[in-house]
Ligand binder design. Sequence first.
Ligand code: MG
Length: 398
Amino acid sequence: MRVKGIAVLGSTGSIGCNTLRVVEALGEPFRIVALAARRNVAKLSEQIVRHRPLLVSVEDERCAEELRACLRVLGSTVEPRLLIGEQGLIEVATHEEASCVVAATVGAVGLVPTLRALEAGKRVALANKETLVMAGELVTRTARRSGAELLPIDSEHNALHQCLRGEDRAEVRRLILTASGGPFRACDREAMERATVEEAMRHPTWNMGTKVTIDSATLMNKGLEVIEAHWLFGFDADQIDVLIHPESVVHSMIELIDGSVIAQMGITDMRHAIQYALTYPQRLACTLPRLDLTRIGMLRFERPDVERFPSLTLAYRALRTGGTMPAVMNAANEEAVNAFLQGRLKLTEIARIVARVMERHAARAASSLDEILAADAWARRRATEEIGALGCNASAPV
Ligand code: MG
């Protein structure tokens, strides 16, 4: 079998590390050819020694220096080509020996490298949902033009991709995204107002990166996923529903026009979705634990509470408005989440900031990269101002 070269954008994050474990478990013909990370040079140097990539990229020259030092300490005999910055990310994403690029960076930084990978005809296994939320039209158009495949690693969309296999789209009535409900599913409004970063990071079922875990606590993650599902599968907002499912066993479902519902189930381990995206259309044996429904016993489903979780409504509104609005929502959310992590904002204020920035935005077409990046930059400035104003109010004497 031909070597299947894998490039990973964001190799030291949660999805990145799991991708390397999957590639190692699969063995030949899969191999890592290029890795990009930001600043975690200690972990990256271990990955280099273990996987011997041909090309590596880090955030800046200082990180590159530190990486060289780490490799010397480890007594590494591997010397990959070393690049930095966005150009480095792009070269990793378009490496000639990579047939599949795992896009697992967090936030907006993955957009341009992902577009370049698609232009180069690479299969993109997409974990970075922000890419599709910001630039869904541009990304899917780029993939169609070059014939590149876009395979979702996000567990819900990976499940939908599996459910939709072999189905005629005209016979699908709706997509049903499941959500665990996050750590505040059963909390009242007051408890959510007081939520600390530590509480928000305590996800009940999935072990994930910081940004996506906070987004899960506000349900913005599910909102972003509704938009992601629209672009991946071509269904309208009215045909995409969200159901709270605390056990996270059903990863998502489709309902057909005859009333039949097809669900994809599995354990909560991202390595399943990653392996599916790497080996598709083949399925290969996997050594992970199997789903044991007798141990779970009961599966519950509830409607989401949009009063306590207004982010979900904001995301539907952004999708229906279209154009630059989803990019604006996404950028404002990223800024607000960062402010929450730094203790400058309450958890419940994240949605308020996003709503205010969206209200002030007049959506325009989002068909070019320049238009999208301009909307993204505007929303970040605006969100920063709103966060600052809220901070002033909070500290003002009553
Ligand atoms: Mg997900």
